[in-house]
Each structure stands twice: as C-alpha cells, then as structure tokens.
Design a protein. Structure first.
Length: 98
C-alpha cells in the first residue's frame, strides 16, 4: 500500500480531464493569493519541485492538503491549463521521507 491520501482522484471532474496523471515530488507551501475580478480562487498552495513552482488547486481539499505544508511530498496530479496558467490538480498525496 502506498500510504496515499486521496484528494480529487474520485471526483468526476478530475477523471473527466484528458491530461495524464503524473508523479511530482516537492514541498507543499502556502500561496498568498489576492482575490479580485481577474484572479482564480482555490489556488491556495504551491508545490515547489526541482522542475519549478506549481500552483495547486485546493478548493475543498484544505483539510487533506494542510497537514502536508512544509513537508516533502509525492503527489499524483494532472497539469491542467486554466486561463492560460498551468496548475496541478492533485489526485493523491503522501509525505515523502526526508
């Protein structure tokens, strides 16, 4: 068993997306977002990895993702382009060793 916690894996809207689910390793950090007419809500976290910084869609999943803040994690996620910006939609998450 992988010890993964489901995030959006069972949601119809996640499964309906055609993007492949990929593995990402990094550190989950809080993301300061100022909401306004031209901003997208729900991007409350950032996954910082060797490949860069990924905004993480987290609306309704803060209780699952929050305990992983500041820790190394492995996520299974889709890279989804929304409003011209790539963001991660996480299927599952687990804390990684070291």
């Amino acid at each position: 068993m992988c010890g993964c916690e489901p995030v959006f894996a069972d949601r119809d809207w996640y499964r309906a997306r055609p993007e492949p689910t990929e593995r990402f390793d990094g550190t989950l950090e809080p993301r300061a977002t100022v909401l306004g007419p031209a901003t997208r809500g729900g991007l409350d976290y950032t996954l910082v990895s060797a490949d860069g910084r990924w905004p993480v869609y987290a609306a309704g999943a803060e209780d699952v993702l929050g305990p992983h803040l500041g820790r190394p994690v492995t996520v299974e996620a889709k890279v989804v382009a929304v409003d011209g910006t790539d963001e991660l939609w996480i299927a599952s998450i687990r804390t990684s060793p070291g």
